[in-house]
Design a protein around this ligand. Structure first.
Ligand SMILES: Nc1ncnc2c1ncn2[C@@H]1O[C@H](COP(=O)(O)OP(=O)(O)O)[C@@H](O)[C@H]1O
Ligand SMILES: [Mg+2]
Length: 276
């Protein structure tokens, strides 16, 4: 789904480090996020995917390194200067995080009211977003009356109500059965296409990852282990990637021989070490 606008990336992360209580989680992330595409960030639980996502909106600041949004470094921006940036970004967090005491309509109206955009077209904008996720009939319902999959879809509708240029998804299919997960996957692809969004999808769900990605990265030991298209990753012989795709842990003995540096997709062991 590449378009001409792709020329300049939406984000560039350069040597991003982050520790908690002296324990490093991100250890030099280098990553370019192309505009107008869906990038999937994969990695096992606890490897730092959510931490990385939070850096993209300034909810966390790196200890070291640079995060550029449309070329501008954002890691040193004040909370006040992050506000307009965050308005250009929609989030779908892991728990969907709807307001339980508000109806679906009120949940979607909230970001519009908060940003002073609740004009005479308020109802129409809410309905348009609900229609995109197939839930216009749920407009008067309370979140507690909805299934987990429907709540995710309301969360998704709310994430796009401010017409963002970028949507960040944190584990959008976690806790859903395969059928409901597929509905979400289809929506991610459709919204990206219809609204020309850039999407960043964090997931450890491989089916979902390969279904929605234009490009994919695997995080490993706090760095980008490998980056490429789904086809490039499928064909890659990188042992850490193979382990991850086959559902094994990274701590297997055969990992010791793996070069620790970031690999380029498609560069298998033979290309790494032509003499072998
Ligand atoms: N605010 C925080 N304070 C301390 N530790 C944190 C914080 N946020 C994340 N961590 C730790 O960082 C590591 C990576 O977390 P996370 O990014 O949530 O993993 P995941 O890849 O599953 O999304 C975990 O060990 C987690 O406990
Ligand atoms: Mg997470």
């Amino acid at each position: 789904m590449a378009t001409v606008q792709d020329a300049s990336p939406i984000y560039e992360l350069e040597d991003v480090w982050k520790s908690f209580d002296g324990r490093p989680v991100l250890r030099g992330i280098d990553l370019t996020i192309p505009t107008g595409q869906t990038l999937v960030v994969m990695g096992p639980s606890g490897c730092g995917k959510s931490v990385m996502l939070k850096h993209l909106v300034g909810l966390l600041k790196p200890d070291r390194g640079r995060i550029r949004f449309h070329g501008d470094p954002i890691e040193s921006l004040s909370e006040q200067r992050l506000v307009p940036l965050r308005r250009r970004i929609g989030f779908l967090f892991q728990q969907a995080a709807l307001f339980d005491s508000l109806t679906v309509r009120e949940n979607l109206a909230f970001p519009l009211l908060e940003t002073g955009q609740a004009g005479s077209d308020l109802e129409e904008r809410i309905l348009d977003c609900l229609r995109r996720v197939g839930l216009e009939d749920a407009i008067d319902q309370m979140p507690s009356e909805l299934s987990g999959g429907m709540r995710k879809r309301v969360g998704l509708a709310r994430a796009i109500v401010l017409e963002p240029e970028l949507v960040l998804y944190d584990e959008p299919t976690t806790g859903l059965d395969p059928i409901r997960a597929n509905v979400i996957n289809d929506l991610i692809v459709r919204l990206q296409r219809d609204l020309s969004l850039t999407s960043v999808v964090v997931t450890h769900d491989l089916d979902s990852a390969f279904q929605v990605a234009d490009r994919m990265v695997l995080l490993h030991e706090g760095r980008v282990r490998i980056e490429g298209t789904p086809d490039e990753l499928r064909q890659s012989e990188d042992p850490v990637l193979r382990s991850f795709l086959e559902g094994r842990t990274f701590e297997d003995d055969d990992m010791d021989a793996a070069p620790a540096d970031t690999l380029v997709a498609g560069a298998g062991p033979n290309q790494e070490n032509p003499s072998s």
